[in-house]
Design a protein around this ligand. Structure first.
Ligand code: GLU
Length: 492
């Protein structure tokens, strides 16, 4: 068997989105599973639509996900160049071959003529396709058109009455009739190849054995088969992977606002790359058994194209968040702190140069919320109560604080903390016991008012750790405010 070689071949017309990342991931996994190579090629011949820097952005995103290639524009490889616009002379050679063999021809039809033909076909109720009226022009006819200033494209002569069949690794046997396909353009007026031509030349020359790509490309495949046949080349094996539908089960457009679509946006929101990879792997593929948590390394062993489904995958945002939370929970707190710092800095909570003590304090703070984080950017909002100068109280907190026994509890805590510089978590348990003894309040009656008073909320992280982290000064200040202005606060 030939060496397994797969590729991801993005057009730099946009940034790395979930569909592209999933295609890259499946291609990468398949290659690694079979001890093969994964190639990254930049298909930039559609120059009008190229977006500056998009190729590099896609590569950055893949690197962040841990999807590493064996050959590409940055590291080279035996089949370089890997950027299509640097391969124009190669395409020209192959175009010349087809022209010389009479399998392709210069087509002089103008845009207006093509459009007119299309409209007439539609008016007759026919499926539009290029008629190929200029397939066999004489030298005089060609000269006449040239003189008129027409610049030809190159079209492939599509044979009639042929069945174009391939065994798709996901979809099984797929077949198209060549009669449904008109002679199509393989090189533009300026000589640049179109996608359906360049992709075949590149995949062939780069010895690509398996082509995995989104199902939206399936209608391109018969055209590519025709190009392979025109050259007499062996076709690679295709696998068209299912569409990703939005959470409502609808086809997604680039502008679909129902989900975050770009990998860089997930990175900005504080998703971990291992969570994204794990989540993407399950968009269309399923493992045997119930387990759903897999590292990239495990996926390299487990992945099999035979378990990629034909039916579309639904993007489930709640599941992605659950998965991210799963990885955040298990991650080293130092790592989460490093990832959280930019958000805290941006929110003005910390400054760039942290002192040793600050870092230790922040690490404890992160540890307090690590279990709860769905995305690291949530840290700003979650930790708000530790940074607030002016207290605000939730309605539930106000309710708790309006109870009659509150002043007694708060005054007792205030008295116990006064004069202290700081308070350790371990000191708090005996301190609470003491207050309980003195006031006679315990359990909810004791802890709820304290929590409401120092955090402004009735739910939240561990109370003792929160008090210790807030520090005596802040806690005293908050207690004092309530002692002084409780009625104002609770609105009584
Ligand atoms: N350049 C194409 C795209 O970005 C690649 C299609 C293919 O994999 O053949 O969609």
């Amino acid at each position: 068997m030939d060496r397994v070689r797969t590729r991801y071949a993005p057009s730099p017309t946009g940034y790395l989105h979930i569909g592209g990342a999933r295609t890259a991931l499946f291609s990468f996994l398949y290659a690694k599973k079979h001890g093969g190579d994964f190639i990254l090629r930049i298909e930039d011949t559609d120059t009008e639509r190229n977006v500056e820097g998009a190729g590099e952005e896609q590569m950055d995103g893949l690197r962040w996900l841990g999807i590493e290639w064996d050959e590409s524009v940055d590291i080279g490889g035996p089949y370089a160049p890997y950027r299509c616009m640097e391969r124009l002379d190669i395409y020209q050679t192959y175009l010349n071959q087809l022209l010389a063999e009479g399998k392709a021809y210069y087509s002089y039809a103008t845009k207006e003529e093509i459009e007119k033909e299309r409209e007439e076909q539609l008016a007759r109720g026919e499926a539009p396709k290029y008629s190929g009226w200029d397939r066999d022009l004489t030298a005089e006819e060609r000269a006449k058109y040239e003189k008129e200033g027409r610049v030809p494209t190159v079209r492939l002569k599509v044979p009639s009455g042929k069945q174009l069949v391939f065994q798709d690794l996901v979809r099984g046997e797929v077949s198209f009739e060549s009669d449904g396909i008109g002679d199509f353009v393989i090189a533009r007026e300026d000589g640049r190849p179109t996608y359906n031509f360049a992709v075949v030349v590149d995949d062939y020359l780069m010895k690509i054995s398996h082509i995995f790509r989104g199902e939206e490309h399936i209608s391109n495949t018969p055209k590519q088969l025709l190009v392979y046949q025109a050259f007499g080349w062996k076709t690679p094996i295709f696998g068209h992977i299912p569409l990703i539908l939005n959470p409502e089960g609808k086809k997604m457009s680039k502008r679909d606002g129902s989900i975050v679509q770009f990998i860089s946006q997930y990175r900005e929101l504080g998703f971990l790359p291992e969570a994204i990879v794990n989540f993407l792997s399950l968009l269309g593929w399923s493992p045997e058994g119930e387990e759903e948590i897999f590292s990239l390394e495990e996926l390299c062993n487990l992945f099999g194209i035979e378990r990629v489904s034909k039916s579309p995958a639904i993007f489930d945002t709640a599941k992605l968040k659950w998965m991210n939370n799963h990885y955040i929970k298990r991650a080293d707190t130092e790592r989460i702190l490093d990832l959280a710092l930019p958000y805290l800095e941006k929110a003005g909570r910390v400054t760039g140069d942290l002192q040793e003590g600050d870092r230790a304090w922040l690490k404890r703070l992160i540890g307090l919320y690590q279990e709860q984080l769905d995305q690291i950017s949530d840290i700003v909002q979650l930790t708000d109560l530790f940074f607030r100068e002016e207290m605000t109280y939730s309605e539930e907190a106000k309710q708790v604080l309006s109870e009659d026994h509150i002043p007694v509890v708060l005054a007792a805590l205030l008295e116990k903390l006064q004069g202290k510089e700081e308070i350790q978590v371990a000191e708090l348990q005996p301190l609470f016991k003491q207050i309980q003894k003195e006031t006679g309040y315990k359990g909810k009656q004791l802890f709820m008012p304290i929590r409401a008073a120092v955090t402004g909320e009735v739910h939240g992280p561990d109370l003792k750790e929160s008090i210790s982290l807030l520090g005596v000064q802040k806690v005293l200040q908050r207690l004092q405010t309530l002692v002084d202005k409780r009625e104002e606060v609770v609105g009584k």
